[in-house]
Write a protein that binds this ligand. Structure first.
Ligand code: 5RP
Length: 231
């Protein structure tokens, strides 16, 4: 039975989409890669959202059957709206994944997680033989941390301990990410909190060292991953 109401159908992206035309251009490149039968891991963020529209058009035009594995509620809702079938990592392994990023350096190392979906995004990338990171020109940096802090997903009762440990690792400033549409902090998809940690220097082993802190679920550092950056 179908719902009579259409709350999901009426949803729109929460903010205005910056650099939209650049995002639409990379979206077309990704839609061109979609083949019948593909299982595709889908990251989060506005670039991914725009890309889903291009993929939905291709599915309709070519009568394709595909499934996607979303990394967040935001993207799952967009897939329902666009009629794109979904599955999960428990059922299927992705043939490939696409995602966005907040920063990309010359070695294709990334900072991700402004959208707070970094844990599932990392899980999808780890499960995929191929990953495409879609970026507009604003995302390129000379060194990671130039524009964005490193998001760190933290089990709630470990908040103070993790803040302290991040400072010991060299974080200059650590902020609890606050929500915009509700009072209090942002809760992640997994019911955890986010600390945004600003580092002046990000070494290749910082991702491992952050992950080793008890209470850290995951960080938004993606250093040395097998990804192809598309712009
Ligand atoms: C979400 C992410 C996004 O991919 C990243 O924040 C980029 O977002 P946008 O495409 O809106 O610039 O990591 O957790």
């Amino acid at each position: 039975m179908e719902w009579n109401n259409n709350i999901v159908g009426r949803l729109k992206w929460s903010d205005s989409i910056v650099n939209r035309s650049e995002k639409e251009s990379v979206a077309k490149q990704i839609a061109a890669k979609v083949k019948d039968g593909d299982v595709i891991g889908v990251g989060s963020g506005s670039t991914v959202y725009v890309t889903l529209f291009a993929i939905a058009d291709k599915i309709k035009a070519e009568y394709l059957t595909i499934e996607v594995i979303p990394s967040s509620m935001e993207i799952s809702l967009a897939c329902i709206q666009l009629g794109i079938p979904q599955t999960s990592l428990l059922n299927k392994k992705p043939d490939w994944t696409f995602d966005g990023a907040d920063e990309v350096d010359k070695e294709c190392n990334l900072i991700k997680g402004r959208g707070g979906a970094l844990f599932k995004e990392k899980l999808l990338i780890r499960n995929s033989a191929e990953t495409y990171i879609l970026v507009d020109s604003s995302k390129y940096v000379n060194r990671l941390g130039e524009k964005f802090p490193v998001p760190v997903e933290v089990f709630p009762s470990a908040l103070s301990y993790v803040e302290n440990e991040l400072s010991i690792l060299g974080a200059e400033n650590v902020e609890l990410r606050m929500a915009k549409g509700k009072d209090g902090p942002v809760f992640t998809e997994n019911g955890n909190l986010l600390l945004d940690a600003r580092f002046l220097r990000i070494d290749n082993n910082l991702e491992e060292r952050i992950k080793a802190i008890t209470g850290v679920i995951e960080s938004g550092l993606f250093i040395g991953y097998n990804v192809q950056v598309i712009s």
